[in-house]
Structure formats: structure tokens, C-alpha cells
Write a protein that binds this ligand. Structure first.
Ligand SMILES: Nc1ncnc2c1ncn2[C@@H]1O[C@H](COP(=O)(O)OP(=O)(O)O)[C@@H](O)[C@H]1O
Ligand SMILES: [Mg+2]
Length: 364
């Protein structure tokens, strides 16, 4: 396992800046997730780490070596990318063992590794087939097997599960996590899947437009998003963004919610006085769906008319409107009302966040 340092890395293609100064440090054995919308530069960054493209400026350090000029094969990495090129004329078994043969790995050891990875990836029955006789998902697993048969200093995965069906995807996610716990190899893993990002990563880097928006643990990113983009991107369903105004309330400040004839104030805790300058001004209040739940019978409540409901199994998503904005609430199925009925809601504002509506920067 090796450390990875990306120092002020920029990349442009034909004068267009794609990566605009990326800084990331991954400690040996960490699992780094890169997330961000399509086109933000994730694969470009992976290609730079792998050495398939050269940086326009900046440095990439793997272990204690600057690798800017080191060819891919000498970087001590194994990669599984979206376009997983298998050797078309070799069968699955050979695709997986070929690298080991080249490295003169002992035959018995090769067999052991082949057995282990093909079992893990559920491709034991495919070992004699050629890549052309496989589905997309099967090919992806073989590419994964080929990478896992190595013992590299760094694994690079670029959306390796994107072609798999839901069930296999979840199984593979668990396998990757187990693999990482066992081997403690440093991993950089690209995904646009929320759950993969939250469950697999020790660290998450959220990218947008060639910049890192936030770098932190899954918890930090989820509970303490740096700005509105990160807050909206991580978490499913997304954080609710409610347009509101900061007003003085009993014993502090609150967010004003005008609801029909009623005028509610959601009290906000602001020990550092960050909202003081915003009294009387418009802001965006960010509240995650699970912070809106059904009120107990004897509890004060905010009563809202239900627009639609979406049962997910363990809980039901109840959609209401607050300040003219659709708001998703995560309610226990037994407590969920039907469309047109009144849902008695309570809100936990201890984790509420507040954004500047113009810059989308975090205020509270
Ligand atoms: N070889 C290339 N030549 C020109 N533009 C490229 C090249 N590779 C990527 N790009 C552009 O860089 C941007 C980021 O692409 P990419 O890194 O693949 O995004 P992501 O993986 O986050 O979806 C896109 O606008 C893409 O068109
Ligand atoms: Mg990509």
C-alpha cells in the first residue's frame, strides 16, 4: 500500500481547462472515493494517476516517487476502468492469469489466486469463454478479476460496477469492502452512486467543474457539507432546500415558514452568531429528509397536506410543501398519511444548515 499525493494538478485539452488545480492526499491503505456529476473530470484525473494521460502542470506522487514521467506499467497500480479492455483472443482464465505469468508467479499460486478471485466475482463457470461470449457485466467482472489478481501499491477503479444489475452490484460492493479490509491496499474509486460513496469510502472527494468542492470523511461530507452543491449531491433523497428568511424569535433566531394562515418559526441554534448579519434577509435552509418525521400524538407538530407518498419499504417518503417548495420527509410507514390528508410533522433542526442564496456558500 502506498500514499498518493496529487499536488495542484491541472489538465487542459486543446486549451480547455478540465482540471483546474486538484489537491488530494491519500494515506497508505485509505479508500478514497471520487464523486461528482458526469463530465466534471473524474476519469481525466484517474487517467493522470494511471499515467494514460500527462498532466498539464502539477505533480502526482505515488509512495515517495513523483510519477509524472513514469510509464503506466512502472507505477505499481492495478486498474479497472469503464472501458475494460480484455484480451479478445484469450479466454477468461488466461485474461486473469496472463499478468501473473508475465511476473513469473508460481503456477500453484496462480491457481489459488484464480480460484479465489473467480469465486469472489462469481465467474467460475465462465473461465473457458472468450470475452466476445460474455455480457457487459460479466466482462466487467473479468476485468475486475484481472486487477484483483495483482498485489499492487494502488488500485484505481473507475465506475467498476456501473454495468452490473442491482443485486450483483450490492454483492460486489460488499466484496470490494471486504477485499480492502483484508488487503489494506490504497484505493481510488470513482462512482456517481451515493450509497457506494458513503459505504465504501474512508475519504470522499466531491468534484465539480474541475475543482474539489470538499474533501473529508463520509460523515463530515454528509453532516457538514461545505456548500449547497455538496449538500445536494450527497444523500438520497437529496437534502431539502427551503427558501426562508432569518427572523428574531424567542430566545434566538429562526427560519420563517409561512403556512396558509399560520406563521411558523423553525428555531435555529447559532452559538457562534453566524446568522446575526442575516436577520431579515433571505437564505436557504437545508434539512435532510430524515430530519422531518411524524410527530408523536402528544408532541407539537407542523401540520402539512400530503402531496404524494413513495413507500421505500423501511420508510415512506412523504412529500409536502413548505414556503412553496417541495419537501421530502422520511416517515415510518405506519405513520404515513395518504395524499390529500394532513401529516403531523416534527423537525430536528440540530443538524440544519443555512446557505447564502446568491453564492450558495454555507452560512450556518
Ligand atoms: N482526450 C480528451 N480530449 C478532449 N476532451 C476530453 C478528453 N478527455 C476528456 N475530455 C473532456 O473532459 C471533460 C471531463 O471528462 P471526464 O474526465 O471523462 O469526466 P467524468 O469522468 O467526470 O464524467 C469532459 O468535458 C470531456 O469531454
Ligand atoms: Mg468518467
Amino acid at each position: 500500500m502506498r500514499a498518493l499525493k496529487i499536488k495542484n494538478v491541472k489538465k487542459s485539452f486543446g486549451g480547455v481547462d478540465i482540471l483546474k488545480g486538484i489537491d488530494i492526499e491519500v494515506e497508505p491503505g485509505q479508500f478514497l472515493i471520487l464523486v461528482g456529476p458526469s463530465g466534471c473530470g473524474k476519469s481525466t484525473l484517474m487517467n493522470l494517476i494511471a499515467g494514460l494521460e500527462t498532466v498539464t502542470s502539477g505533480e502526482i506522487v505515488i509512495g515517495d516517487r513523483v510519477v509524472n514521467d513514469v510509464p503506466p506499467k512502472d507505477r505499481d497500480i492495478a486498474m479497472v476502468f469503464q472501458s475494460y479492455a480484455l484480451y479478445p483472443n484469450m479466454n477468461v482464465k488466461k485474461n486473469i492469469t496472463f499478468g501473473m505469468e508475465m511476473r513469473n508467479v508460481d503456477k500453484d499460486e496462480q491457481e489459488k489466486i484464480l480460484e479465489r478471485v473467480s469465486k469472489m466475482l462469481q465467474i467460475e463457470h465462465l473461465l473457458d469463454r472468450k470475452p466476445s461470449q460474455l455480457s457487459g457485466g460479466q466482462r466487467q467482472r473479468v476485468a475486475m478479476g484481472r486487477a484483483l489478481a495483482r498485489d499492487p501499491g494502488l488500485f484505481l477503479f473507475d465506475e467498476p460496477l456501473s454495468n452490473l444489475d442491482a443485486k450483483l452490484r450490492v454483492e460486489m460492493r460488499t466484496e470490494i469492502k471486504l477485499l480492502h479490509q483484508r488487503t489494506k491496499t490504497t484505493v481510488v474509486y470513482v462512482t456517481h452512486d451515493q450509497i457506494e460513496a458513503m459505504t465504501l469510502g474512508d475519504r470522499i472527494a466531491v468534484m465539480k467543474d474541475g475543482h474539489i468542492q470538499q474533501f473529508g470523511t463520509p460523515h463530515e461530507i454528509y453532516d457538514n457539507p461545505a456548500n449547497m452543491f455538496v449538500a445536494g449531491f450527497i444523500g438520497s433523497p437529496s437534502m431539502n432546500f427551503i427558501p426562508t428568511r432569518i427572523v428574531a424569535a424567542e430566545g434566538g433566531l429562526g427560519a420563517e415558514i409561512l403556512h396558509g394562515e399560520q406563521n411558523w418559526i423553525f428555531p435555529l441554534q447559532d452559538p457562534q452568531g453566524k446568522l446575526q448579519a442575516w436577520v431579515g434577509k433571505d437564505v436557504i435552509l437545508g434539512v435532510r429528509p430524515e430530519q422531518f418525521t411524524a410527530a408523536e400524538d402528544d408532541e407539537p407538530s407542523y401540520d402539512c397536506k400530503v402531496d404524494i407518498i413513495e413507500p421505500t419499504g423501511p420508510d415512506t417518503l412523504v412529500f409536502v410543501h413548505l414556503n412553496g417548495k417541495e419537501v421530502v420527509c422520511r416517515v415510518h410507514p405506519k405513520k404515513a398519511k395518504h395524499p390529500g390528508e394532513i401529516q403531523r410533522l416534527t423537525v430536528d433542526l440540530t443538524k440544519a444548515v443555512v446557505f447564502d442564496p446568491k453564492t450558495e456558500a454555507r452560512i450556518l
